[in-house]
Ligand binder design. Structure first.
Ligand SMILES: [Ca+2]
Ligand SMILES: [Ca+2]
Ligand SMILES: [Ca+2]
Ligand SMILES: [Ca+2]
Length: 447
């Protein structure tokens, strides 16, 4: 037997083993029995010390052979162009190839599809030409027995190795196990878009149902990262001197049942909230007349708005007052800080004390005059402020001059009052003694 014929026989043998040996409950079995003629030929194969590599190489040739049949379609009797001239090729044409799905990964000859929670059972039917006891080895996730109880979440594609060993030599086949999901996605109730303003608290309460009764976990992204959110005053920043601008945000809610996720977007329109400036407390102020008062108001605006101040009288627009004589008194002053939209006011009391000093009258001596004399008083006074001082007279005199007569003898008191223009006064009593003046007798008549 030449080498080509030997290879042909081996191909047939392994094709029979691999195609027929894997059985599972979800697809029709494709067991193939070895034709009797072939069995006798198999017996003639010299069981020499074949290397494992050689067997794997043969297996690959089988797979390539099977893949060629795909072109012709599944479940069909096929003819292969190979080995036409040899008599064994007639046997090859009899091989029925079933369940070869298209586009299988390289090296995989069988695909088994189950749904999550179903059991995968691989029943391998292999024959040993020497009648040796065969051992079957399955790679994970299959058990030693070639079974796998799938569960939720096992969805995916698994390539499983099946190794058949006679204790000395082994043959391996790959099977693709496809586990299909039985999950039903959560169905979320639609949440309408909302409109809020800065400083508001948003609470989103998504609801969802799940066809598998899975526990649903919600997560949030975008504007919010949890179901509650207090809208920050910095979320909307208006242009200068604009206070009612708005901005539209999105929160994405994801509902997960542990196996799949669904999302919905909630539009959130946030309107800016302006905050009034905050003005530092102001202390009462006391000054003396002629002093300068200047209020250093300070305010902050949480929105970063520009602040302007205003002041009530007698302060000017800048919060200043150059006080002068006569401003004495107590003033309630309001200081207002405005951001152009909202304002805050504080009040303080400005006390202006008088600096006036009362005039001081120059001491004058008492006067002694005679009847018929004319008195003229010229009082003087000093005033620390150099104010103009006015004098008034009361008591025996009501002006600064008086012409006495013969009936004015006696002691008289005159009160002199000195007053400056700011109400400062000083008084002094002056005693004026008027001496009697004797007059000679007058002869009125002689008879
Ligand atoms: Ca579900
Ligand atoms: Ca803002
Ligand atoms: Ca503001
Ligand atoms: Ca004065």
């Amino acid at each position: 037997m030449n080498k080509k014929r030997l290879m042909g026989v081996l191909i047939i043998l392994l094709a029979l083993m691999l195609n027929g040996c894997v059985k599972q409950p979800y697809e029709p079995s494709g067991l193939i029995t070895m034709p009797e003629e072939l069995v006798s030929q198999v017996e003639n194969i010299p069981v020499e010390t074949q290397e494992l590599d050689a067997i794997i190489q043969i297996e690959e040739e089988i797979i390539s052979l099977e893949n060629e049949t795909i072109v012709l379609g599944d479940n069909t009797l096929i003819e292969t162009e190979e080995e036409e001239e040899e008599e064994e090729t007639e046997e090859l044409t009899q091989i029925k190839v079933e369940d070869i799905a298209q586009s299988l990964p390289a090296g995989v000859f069988k695909k088994i599809t189950v749904k999550e929670k179903e059991i995968v059972t691989l029943n391998v039917n292999a024959q040993d030409p020497d009648g040796n006891q065969l051992m079957y080895l399955f790679s994970t996730p299959l058990s030693e027995e070639g079974e796998w109880q799938t569960k939720r979440g096992d969805v995916g594609e698994y390539i499983v190795n099946i190794t058949v060993s006679d204790g000395e030599l082994e043959t391996m086949a790959k099977v693709l196990v496809v586990v299909e999901s039985i999950n039903k996605e959560p169905i979320m109730e639609k949440i309408e878009n909302i409109a809020v303003k800065e400083g508001d608290k948003i609470v989103l309460e998504p609801k969802a149902t799940d066809g598998n009764d899975d526990t649903i976990v919600f997560s949030f992204s975008g504007l919010m990262d949890s179901e509650e959110y207090e809208v920050s005053y910095n979320d909307v920043v208006c242009e200068e001197e604009v206070f009612n601008c708005l901005k539209i945000f999105t929160t994405t809610i994801t509902a997960s049942d542990g196996f799949s996720e669904v999302v919905q977007n909630v539009g959130i329109t946030v309107t800016n909230t302006n905050r009034a400036p905050s003005l530092s407390a102001l202390e009462d102020i006391t000054i003396d007349e002629e002093e300068l008062v200047e209020i250093e108001a300070s305010a902050t605006d949480s929105d970063g708005d520009e602040i302007t101040f205003s002041f009530t009288a007698p302060l000017d627009d800048q919060g200043k007052l150059q006080s002068k004589r006569g401003d004495v008194g107590e003033y309630i002053i309001y200081v207002t800080a405005s951001d152009g939209d909202l304002s805050t006011s504080e009040k303080l009391t400005l006390t202006i004390n008088s600096i006036n000093e009362a005039p001081i009258l120059t001491v004058m001596g008492d006067l002694v005059i005679d009847e018929t004399d004319t008195i003229t008083l010229s009082p003087t006074a000093t005033d620390a402020n150099n104010d103009t001082v006015a004098f008034t007279f009361s008591g025996w005199m009501n002006s600064n001059t008086f012409e006495t007569g013969y009936d004015d003898s006696g002691e008289h008191t005159v009160t002199i009052t000195a007053m400056d223009q700011y109400g400062g006064i000083d008084t002094m009593d002056l005693t004026i003694t008027v001496n009697n003046v004797n007059r000679p007798p007058v002869i009125v008549d002689v008879s």
